[in-house]
Design a protein around this ligand. Sequence first.
Ligand code: ADP
Ligand code: MG
Length: 628
Amino acid sequence: MALLQIAEPGRAAAPHQHRLAAGIDLGTTNSLVATVQSAVARVLPDLLPDMEGSPLVPSVVRYLPSGEARVGREAQMQQADDPANTIVSVKRFMGRRLADLPDADALPYRFVDRPGMVHVATAAGERSPVEVSAEILRALRTRAEAALGGELAGVVITVPAYFDDAQRQATKDAARLAGLTVLRLMNEPTAAAVAYGLDRAAEGTFAVYDLGGGTFDISILRLSKGVFEVLATGGDAALGGDDFDHAVAHWLCNAHGVASLAALAPREQRALLMAARTAKEALSQSAAAEVTLTHPDGTIWQRTLSRAVFGTLCQPLIDRTIAATRRALRDARLQSAEIDGVVLVGGSTCMPLARDAVRGLFGCEPLADIDPDQVVALGAARQADVLAGNANGDGWLLLDVCPLSLGLETMGGLVEKIIPRNSTLPVARAQEFTTFRDGQTAMSIHVVQGEREAVADCRSLARFELRGIPATVAGAARVRVTFQIDADGLLAVTAREQTTGTEAHVEVKPSYGLSDAQVAAMLREAFDTSLDDMQLRALREAQVDARRLLDATETALAADAALLPETELAAIRQSLFGVAEALEVGAPLDALRAAAETLSHATAEFAARRMNASIRQALAGRTLDSLA
Ligand code: ADP
Ligand code: MG
């Protein structure tokens, strides 16, 4: 994933045409909307006085039997009373199937396993994660339009750098449902870097440490000549502020002789977790905080939590983030001292514990002057301002790249990569393919994503067919397949037969559901197995060649066996059988090549004889086409 700045002189709008644009951080725990006004990016707080002007909208949606939805703080307050209808952390379900959610059983929702994406049955009916996210986006839109006094022309929405096509598409769908025009999806670490103006530097290598509510993400970015490249991403999809809340809640239970949180009623558990979170957040400012839980029978649990005790409780969690950061540095082949700056993102980086650990690892003071809660939204707002054409004389654009290679299945179950990973978006690449058999009039096009050489090891994105190819000999048809990825990383594939202009097209709406861990694993696997893959490719290619030779020989024998003396025919049949058998048993490369070689030798004479025969026949007035 790289970012490229390009000037777009034609896009700068005249001052009176200022188009309202906003950046949206659609977070797992909290969401925000920000905009640029008078060249300054700022977050938009809630205008309602009872919401204390907080810019954060908790990413919580509660569905009522009336069919209405409540969003944000109000929904969050009711979470303990109505857990089954109050959806939190819906971002984790975006573009996922039920089977992709390892902790589904532990969640209070009634999941419905729908093809494509898991749904939740609520008091208001069944809802998809896209619809739930759309409620959050609608709330942000309302807030922004009230604050700015007009309709939003477009927004930039941030997504984690590791989000795959399905998750990005789901995010765009949610925006469309909320009536928003998406100018661009932007990677969260990139947005944070942009908020700090790091894109204005000449070059540098930066780490973005993002500890949010439920996830930890580390990204290593390199900026050079105006291009940001993501060198590595890593993290832990199940590690965030919530785990610190659990640690504190657990501690209070233990202090009162209760072995675990699970011993409490669900409503008490939630109340205690809320209390733990409040205390944890207070500890970022003060040396000690009270944790209080009032039981239904009136008993009160109360303890004072000091920073020191909090530190011993939570150091193991922080250590896990540091271990993941070291892994990402290793992936990027960098030492911590080679990092020029570290950006802190996410509410949980307000904890001194987190800052100390980051400072300790990198040996420098992390960038934190911009509120880590807001930094992603502020960067997105700057990008939105540029894309809407408002940034006069400062018209740079940021472009991302595709994280995994995209290609097609070719004969032998191999992948032909059309767009290599890390290509700058938007991008279009085309390649010509041909038919495999004589008279073939249709071609099945299978689009795959991944770094491996074998289709079976990559992810299948889409299949479609091109029909109406004029029937000719194998290898004569010319089919041009074009891959086009738009700026949001969404793919369209077109196949066109060049002589007739017959065309088939598919918008790749990928089958939802590849986890970030799977993406990382796919990449890792591709690097680990590149040698195996080369051998596999060689074998598969030899198999395709052998099968082609087999087919051609059989066709020739069927037509012209009469041209052959008995002994030669026997020798050819013998070596035909050898090749067929080698293919049948999946013989290793050397054996297969040897068998194919033998067949080639055996048929050399025959081929020459056929050639002569066909010339004689042609001279006898027959057309060549019928001899294909
Ligand atoms: P996400 O990116 O997952 O939406 P956020 O970046 O909004 O999450 O972070 C939310 C988390 O940050 C919560 O666990 C919250 O308790 C924690 N948090 C927010 N402010 C503070 C603070 N001052 N000290 C410690 N933790 C905080
Ligand atoms: Mg976040």
